[in-house]
Design a protein around this ligand. Structure first.
Ligand code: GTP
Length: 192
């Protein structure tokens, strides 16, 4: 018997930190997984470029044995106002309910101090907007530029443990950590 789960995920962070690049890279990594480890994955990508809502949506299917997981990942272009629309679970006028988020990926760029401050502000925002405890994973992106690192890794790790989040070093350029990021997120949500 197959059990299927649909998880709603938002990917958040300052502009230019690499949110979209991580998502694009994850498609390649998942295909790679599929061939080497037999993990079954199906990916689809749609750009929604409506004038009022600027967000892209990526759907990722993963099978872990008899458990099938579909991640619905919203990439909201770093705009708080727009991201809020996706985080809030809200009864719509027609009575349809928008699904609450199950997890968030908070991305910062290790070469950019402001992007780390922004992650801290997103945590506050999530506390207010998500109605329940959600799984948070922090991505310390652009690890390939470690020689320009501005955010002290120890400081970042201590912040992550304070908010009960895993911190994973990633590079959308080399692929480092990207696979781990999404698998870790999924496993944590499944174990909640
Ligand atoms: P917005 O759409 O503005 O919110 O940006 P974003 O967070 O989606 O970032 P995006 O993926 O568009 O990447 C921004 C820039 O950073 C691009 O020039 C990418 O090529 C670059 N970039 C993203 N990830 C990495 C990385 O891991 N390493 C390096 N060196 N560059 C990266």
């Amino acid at each position: 018997i197959m059990t299927t789960h649909d998880f709603k995920i938002v990917i958040l962070g300052e502009g230019r930190v690499g949110k979209t690049s991580l998502l694009i890279r994850s498609i390649i990594e998942y295909f790679f997984c599929q061939r080497t480890t037999g993990l079954y994955v199906q990916n689809g990508f749609t750009e929604l470029q409506q004038s009022t809502i600027q967000a892209s949506f990526l759907k990722k299917k993963l099978n872990f044995g008899s458990t099938s997981v579909c991640l619905h990942i919203w990439d909201t272009a770093g705009q708080v106002r727009i991201a809020r629309l996706y985080i809030r679970s809200k009864k719509k006028k027609e009575g349809k309910e928008r699904k609450a988020i199950d997890g968030a990926v908070l991305v910062y760029d290790i070469t950019d101090n402001a992007s780390f401050d922004k992650v801290q502000r997103w945590v506050e925002e999530l506390k207010i907007m998500a109605k329940r405890d959600i799984v948070i994973i922090m991505a310390a992106n652009k690890q390939d530029m470690i020689s320009n690192q501005r955010i002290d890794a120890a400081k970042a790790h201590s912040f992550a443990s304070k908010i009960d989040a895993k911190l994973i070093g990633t590079s959308a350029k080399t692929g480092e950590g990207v696979e781990t990021l999404f698998l870790e997120l999924t496993k944590q949500i499944l174990n909640q």
